[in-house]
Write a new protein. Structure first.
Length: 109
């Protein structure tokens, strides 16, 4: 059965963006939506995950869980998905030591 998906991309190669427009609508730059089967969704995700490079990709699609959706992420990112008793939550990487030093300097200025 087909279901709606949303796919957000950041800093990915142009060829990937072009390939996605065969299946999905690009409603704003690097945000794609469409209705596809689970097989097509999974094949699109394989292509996206293998082509992300230094960019970021986030896929959201319906799932039979408490939240009603699932999330997949690929690429270099600051946010990470965490399972908390069956709920998907988003956590952030701690700041790098240089970022902490910069923040302390800014506070005392």
């Amino acid at each position: 059965m087909a279901s709606m998906i949303a796919l957000s991309l950041t800093a990915v190669p142009d060829h990937l963006r072009g390939a996605l427009t065969r299946w999905l609508l690009e409603v704003t730059p690097e945000l794609y939506v469409g209705t596809v089967s689970a097989k097509v969704r999974d094949e699109l995700w394989k292509t996206v995950a293998n082509s992300t490079g230094n960019g970021i990709a986030v896929l959201i699609y319906p799932a039979d869980n408490e939240q009603g959706f699932a999330i997949r992420m690929s690429g270099q990112r600051r946010r990470h998905l965490r399972d908390f008793d069956g709920l998907t939550l988003v956590s952030f990487n701690p700041p790098l030591p240089t970022e902490e030093a910069d923040n302390e300097t800014a506070k005392h200025s």
